[in-house]
Design a protein around this ligand. Structure first.
Ligand SMILES: [Zn+2]
Length: 54
């Protein structure tokens, strides 16, 4: 049998351990790239990612 490794749908996303870190990363992205991002807790990995805000 092949060893089937499960890949999370968010595997290639930036992952932060805490909301505070995610908020800091969003602030940096806004400052450096002028993009509005909002932190959200991921249901797949339990970490925090950033999503675009329109
Ligand atoms: Zn995730």
């Amino acid at each position: 049998m092949e060893n089937e490794e499960k890949v999370l749908p968010c595997a290639d996303k930036l992952a932060l351990d805490t909301k505070k870190q995610a908020e800091a990363a969003a602030t940096v992205a806004d400052y450096q790239r002028n993009v509005k991002l909002a932190p959200y807790k991921c249901q797949h990995c339990g970490l925090w990612h950033l999503k675009s805000v329109y």
